[in-house]
Write a protein that binds this ligand. Sequence first.
Ligand code: NDP
Length: 286
Amino acid sequence: MPANFKAELVACFGQPVAENPTGAMQEAAFRTAGLNWRYLTVEVPPEKLRDAIVGMRAFGMQGANLTIPHKVAVIEHLDRIAPDADIIGAVNTVRREGNELIGENTDGKGFLRGMRMNAEVDPKGKRVVVLGAGGAARAILAELAMAGAADLLVINRSIRRGEDLARDLASKASAPIRFQPWSNTYAVPDDADLLVNATSIGLYPDVNAMPPVDLRRARRDLLVADVVFNPPETRLLAAARRQGLATLDGLAMLVYQGVIGFELWTGRKAPEAVMAEALRAALQLD
Ligand code: NDP
């Protein structure tokens, strides 16, 4: 066999990006799969995003992740957008198909895979309460709607943002979605099957912050999930566990969005356990 020293490239573009741990997880996966692929974590300011995508094409790169502030802005530079990324209105993953760069969104899909694999809960027919109406909430709600959740309730502090999200998803995804403004403490109703904190409350360095929710009326089989992964043990999840409720942390979503990205780029099954372990090590959690 002739020698082949050519590496395939994937990158993460963001600003700031230095603390993004995804590269550690993907590089471990490439090594385990025996692939001569590299994942580069690259700081790209907003005014250079167009050039970065032109560079991706020039280098024949296999794909990319987009993070703050590029998830919406990147769309106009791509050739096509996957239907769910179009509904969500944001792209966190780019994959190559021939000469085309296609926008995907794996955040919500990663959340759902974590729910199925780690918590063993299927979203179909479930009644869901989501705290927050930002990018993470939007991605999770869109995928829950497409997976057949029975009822979606958005609770958000900013009324405008919550209303816009509910209206968008009702019209674009025919989602059974309602919005309720978040004033005072929100009492989780006894018919909810899943509660998701999709706000940044509890994120480092504000680790003692807790979303103002009351879990006392919650049913015993409520699953409480948090998108915050730094730290993965949030005050919300600790409170839920004290009450005997099942929990799902933000690491699951982060690992599985990476797993799905790996599979989109390489066409291979991802080494999930290796990726989860690499992520924990990168975040110094063990
Ligand atoms: P956005 O800025 O788009 O949205 C933030 C949301 O949090 C808004 O709904 C905002 O409400 C709400 N919020 C923030 N602070 C408060 C507060 N003090 N009280 C009430 N509501 C508040 O952020 P993203 O959606 O992109 O990210 C949210 C979180 O999800 C982050 O912690 C991020 O790290 C995490 N994330 C995790 C991923 C994973 O893989 N685990 C993937 C992507 C994100 P309002 O509209 O009223 O301002």
